[in-house]
Design a binder for this molecule. Structure first.
Ligand code: ADP
Ligand code: MG
Length: 228
C-alpha cells in the first residue's frame, strides 16, 4: 500500500537572480512499512525533500499525497496538525529541551497537541529504546547516543505513520550508530511505520529496503543497494 506519493515535486528558494532550484520534478512512491534511505552529495536537495514531505515547507511545484490525501492544499493550521500527528522528525541535532527530563521531552509533542498521554505506550517506547532507567534525567546528564534515543522516542510519541530522519546518526560513533539503527528498525516494525532517512553512511543505506539518490535536485533512478 502506498503511503506517500510525490508528483512532479519541486522547490525553488528565492527569486530572480538569487533563485535556487533545490528540487526538480521528483516522482516517487513509498509503501507503508518501507525503510527508504536517501543518499546524494551535500547540497543536492535531500533535506529540502524531507522538509517538503514533512510539511515544514511548501513546494513550489507539484503534489504530495499522504495516504491518498494532497497535503499541498492544507491551510497553515491543518499543515501544523499534519506535522504534529502524521510525521515524526529526527534531526542530527537532538533539539531536546534542556530543562525537561527524558520523559517530559518524549511527551512534549502530545502536550503541545493537548493529547492525553498514553502511559503504557510511552513506557513501552522508553523500554524499547533503553531509556526507562533514565526517565528522570535531564538531557545534559545523557550521552549523545542516549540523547538521540530520546529524540527518536519523542518523534514516535504521537504514533506518526511516517518517520523522517535527517542524518540522525551523523554525530554518533559507529557502535552507537548501529544501536540507534537497530532500535529504529525495531520500532518501525513493531508499530508498522514508514522510515525515510537521509544518510551519508553506506552501511545504513545498505540496510534499508531501498536507497534512492538525489543529485542536483533530481531523483536518480532507484539505486541498486549493492552498487553503493
Ligand atoms: P542537502 O540536504 O542535500 O545537503 P539541501 O536540501 O539542504 O541539500 O539544499 C539544496 C539546495 O538548496 C542548496 O543549494 C541549498 O543552498 C539551497 N537551500 C536550502 N535551503 C534554503 C533556503 N531556506 N533558502 C535558500 N536556499 C536554500
Ligand atoms: Mg541536508
Amino acid at each position: 500500500m502506498v503511503i506517500l506519493e510525490t508528483i512532479n515535486l519541486g522547490k525553488i528558494y528565492g527569486k530572480k537572480e538569487t533563485a535556487v532550484n533545490a528540487l526538480k520534478d521528483v516522482n516517487l512512491k513509498i509503501n507503508k512499512g518501507e525503510f527508504v534511505a536517501v543518499v546524494g552529495p551535500s547540497g543536492s536537495g535531500k533535506s529540502t525533500f524531507l522538509h517538503l514531505i514533512g510539511g515544514l515547507e511548501r513546494p513550489s511545484n507539484g503534489t504530495i499525497k499522504v495516504d491518498g490525501k494532497d497535503i499541498c492544499c492544507l491551510s497553515d493550521k491543518e499543515l501544523a496538525k499534519y506535522r504534529r500527528q502524521e510525521v515524526g522528525f529526527v534531526f542530527q541535532q537532538y533539539n531536546l529541551i534542556p530543562v525537561l527530563n527524558v520523559k517530559e521531552n518524549i511527551e512534549l509533542p502530545l502536550k503541545l497537541d493537548n493529547k492525553k498521554v498514553d502511559e503504557d505506550y510511552i513506557n513501552d517506547l522508553m523500554d524499547l529504546l533503553g531509556l526507562s532507567e533514565r526517565k528522570n534525567h535531564l538531557p545534559n546528564q545523557l550521552s549523545g547516543g542516549q540523547q538521540q534515543r530520546v529524540a527518536i522516542a519523542r518523534a514516535l510519541s504521537a504514533k506518526p505513520s511516517i518517520i523522517l530522519a535527517d542524518e540522525p546518526t551523523g554525530n554518533l560513533d559507529t557502535k552507537t550508530t548501529e544501536e540507534v539503527m537497530e532500535l529504529l528498525k525495531m520500532s518501525i516494525k513493531k508499530y508498522n511505520q514508514t522510515l525515510i532517512m537521509i544518510t551519508h553512511n553506506v552501511n545504513i543505506a545498505k540496510k534499508a529496503d531501498r536507497a534512492i539518490s538525489i543529485v542536483d535536485g533530481k531523483l536518480s533512478t532507484s539505486e541498486n543497494k549493492n552498487s553503493l
